[in-house]
Design a protein around this ligand. Structure first.
Ligand code: DU
Ligand code: SF4
Length: 226
């Protein structure tokens, strides 16, 4: 019915045996540099401004990032890149994010993901994406002001199109294709924008530069009139 209740439901989910095992094993074994942490080790709910007009759709928690801190993109390299960009754009009050109580607040932005538990090798299985889709559907339904959805990668893009279909919106066939800078304007839906994911694999190799990401953010801000 509301975000806090949905979030309680999300964090207690154990529907995917492989992911429950993995998230808890990582939380027990930890990484040496985080030995003093009590890892979150549970599903990760969305985070940000509930009145957001711009919504990011990621992939899944990182084993030693959100699976440790309990907050989307908090405590890993993807988050370093993302929050720095949001801060440059005036959408976050600080450029870094290290823990759930670090004072970070997003302005007009909310962050969700199609898979809420850290997957081995950052690769969820199709049945795990399917199992988690209702949480995405329900969380997006509880963001009444969302006008732009930014899909970080192809898995997010596909999950958003499935979400639109489940809302009986008319998604063209063949479906619009994901790419960096791709757009899908579907009647009755928020504008869907594609961006390469902010993972190290993209940002350390130059596949995704800060300038490329800022460009997508600029389109989103222009669309909502930020
Ligand atoms: O307790 P609260 O003000 O509803 O905030 C919960 C949580 O959401 C807090 O960690 C900050 C974040 N947040 C935000 O990022 N942007 C907002 O506009 C409001 C809350
Ligand atoms: Fe539940 Fe989603 Fe985690 Fe699967 S991935 S256990 S559906 S929260």
């Amino acid at each position: 019915p509301d975000l806090p209740h949905l979030h309680e439901e999300i964090v207690t989910c154990r529907a995917c045996p492989r992911l429950v095992d993995w998230r808890e094993k990582v939380a027990r074994e930890k990484r040496r540099m985080f030995a003093s942490w009590t890892y979150w080790g549970k599903p990760v709910p969305g985070f940000g401004d509930p009145a957001a007009r711009i919504v990011f759709v990621g992939l899944a928690p990182a084993a030693h990032g959100a699976n440790r801190t309990g907050r989307m993109f908090t405590g890993d390299r993807s988050g370093d890149f993302l929050f720095a960009a949001l801060h440059r754009a005036g959408l976050a009050n600080q450029p870094t994010s290290t823990s759930r109580d670090d004072g970070l607040a997003l302005n007009d932005v909310f962050i969700v993901a199609p898979v809420r538990c850290a997957p081995p090798d950052n690769q969820p299985l199709p049945e795990e994406i399917t199992a988690c889709q209702p949480f995405l559907d329900r969380e997006l339904a509880l963001l009444p002001n969302a006008r732009v959805l930014i899909a970080l990668g192809g898995i997010a893009w596909d999950a958003v199109l499935r979400h639109f279909e489940r809302r009986d919106l008319s998604v063209p066939r063949p479906r619009p294709k994901f790419g960096h800078g791709a757009r899908a304007a579907i009647e009755g839906a928020p504008l869907l924008l594609g961006s390469f994911h902010v993972s190290q694999q993209n940002t350390q190799t130059g596949r995704l530069t800060p300038a490329m990401f800022d460009q997508v953010l600029a389109v989103a801000k222009r669309t909502v009139g930020f």
